[in-house]
Design a protein around this ligand. Structure first.
Ligand SMILES: Cc1ncc(COP(=O)(O)O)c(C=O)c1O
Length: 464
């Protein structure tokens, strides 16, 4: 049997040229509906390219609806009347030719589309559900939704008291509400020197004064925090104790105890952001358990189900609930109940557990791959995490490497946006393991990163 072997045109990334040749062959009839495409490895060998390149070419043709893969069987040319196969990331802006390691997203899987589809279909088929979601609701979320979200969080080992839980439009909204609930304009608010930029933006919007506390691999430096408290106790401390975004640092248990003691001594609120999901075994003792009277805990469906749902939670001391309700009412009256209902149905779908189980395994495999491929540079990544912190070799600058990688089709983040204070950012990259379409694409990106770091730095003269 002869295998289809395209002749590649000049110019542009090779995977795209292969995809274009495939489309041209389908258009010319060289490849007919129902034809099976050659196994990826065979085609890669013939063309002298990596399997990853062929995988991307097939994925691109599939995204455009020309071919469809059948599990365990291969990839086939679609017939014109066949419904175009939906991308696993339907609705996602298509960033052609780029492997995204810059956005912290959960890995794509067909169940992520199917779970939401089923939830929405079930709602659409139920006049009673439609009537309910069409009505105004209490600002902190209706009782049933709060109970269902709390039950889901309980299954994940997270705060599960519906009386203390407020429904938010995702983690970012939770941060904003938490700041609004406990701080006044001008108040000093502390956080790790490198932290999630959404905190900085929300603090700036609320006219607060962010203060950076030095940190290391065990999280916030408690001696530095003690000194800061002696000078000027902050109104609140924002922290991501289980997984610092971007470095992956985890707050040590002894430091959690010290943090709580300092917060009690100086009457400081604690904002505990748990949005970066980690399996329970990889988490430490929650601050909300150690100090429930002063901790506001933030969670979201974004890293477990889907970011576009915009459904999350803020668990807080009872006395703050009314204040937060007033803030939500002033902003938008309530979180859209249709989205809360869709999220609840999806959470309760047994497939969502299967999806999370797969996600944890998939991310573990991707993490091992990244740690192995980039071992020469001392990458850091906590078990269970989807982030890799990659210190750069001496002489390399984050912005230079980021620009080179962008040109070569890999998106990564530099530490600059994560800096809370004015200390210079370290020369490192944050790599997100989630968004790549599959492991082959991730491998391809890791190879590009490895090759780029192995090169001599580009001379600044070239950019002058
Ligand atoms: C630590 C942290 N908090 C909050 C968020 C925002 O979450 P959401 O997308 O649900 O608003 C993110 C998103 O990456 C995050 O990493």
């Amino acid at each position: 049997m002869t295998i289809w072997t395209p002749t590649l045109t000049d110019g542009g990334p090779r995977y795209r040229r292969i995809a274009e040749a495939m489309v041209a062959a389908i258009g010319s009839g060289e490849l007919a509906p129902g034809d099976k495409l050659p196994p990826q490895r065979q085609l890669a060998d013939r063309l002298g390219v990596t399997v990853g390149t062929v995988t991307r070419a097939y994925a691109e043709a599939q995204r455009q609806g020309w071919v469809a893969s059948r599990v365990g069987s291969g990839t086939y040319v679609c017939s014109p009347e066949q419904e175009a196969p939906t991308s696993f990331r339907a609705g996602q802006p298509v960033d052609q030719g780029v492997i995204d390691m810059g956005m912290s997203l959960p890995p794509p899987h067909p169940l992520r589309v199917r779970g939401l589809q089923r939830a929405l279909e079930d709602i659409a088929a139920s006049p009673e559900a439609l009537r309910a979601v069409g009505e105004y609701q209490p600002e902190t979320g209706n009782e049933a939704h709060r109970a269902r979200i709390a039950a889901w969080q309980g299954r994940l080992g997270l705060p599960d008291d519906p009386e203390r839980l407020v429904i938010t439009q995702g983690g970012q909204h939770g941060i904003q509400l938490a700041l609004q609930a406990v701080a006044q304009p001008g108040d000093p608010v502390a956080g790790d020197a490198l932290t999630y930029p959404g905190f900085l933006h929300a603090a700036q919007q609320a006219h607060l004064r962010p203060l950076a506390v030095p940190m290391d691999a065990d999280g916030m430096d408690m001696d530095a925090l003690t000194r800061l408290c002696a000078r000027q106790p902050p109104r609140l401390i924002y922290t991501t104790p289980d997984l610092n975004n971007p470095t992956g640092a985890r707050l040590d248990e002894a430091r959690r105890e010290r943090l709580v003691a300092l917060a009690r001594e100086h009457d400081i609120w604690l904002i505990e952001d748990g949005v970066q999901y980690l399996p329970e075994a990889q988490r430490g003792t929650p601050l909300v358990t150690l100090a429930p009277e002063r901790t506001l805990h933030i969670f979201s469906t974004s890293k477990v189900l889907a970011g576009g749902l915009r459904i999350g939670s803020l668990t807080l001391p009872e006395r703050l609930r009314e204040r937060v309700g007033t803030a939500i009412r002033a902003q938008s009256w309530m979180v859209p109940p249709l989205m809360a209902e869709a999220a609840c149905r999806w959470m309760e779908d047994p497939d969502s557990r299967e999806l999370l189980r797969w996600q944890v395994e998939e991310l573990a495999a991707r993490r091992s791959l990244a740690l192995e491929r980039l071992a020469a540079y001392g990458p850091m990544s906590r078990e269970g995490s989807s982030l890799v912190w990659l210190p750069l070799p001496a002489g390399r600058r984050s912005s230079e490497v980021q620009a080179l990688l962008k040109r070569r089709g890999v998106k990564v983040s530099t530490p600059e946006p994560f800096c809370l204070g004015s200390e210079p950012a370290p020369q490192a990259l944050r790599l997100c393991l989630g968004p790549a379409a599959n492991r082959q694409a991730l491998e391809e990106a890791l190879t590009i990163i490895d090759d780029t770091l192995a090169e001599a730095p580009t001379s600044p003269w070239q950019t002058l």
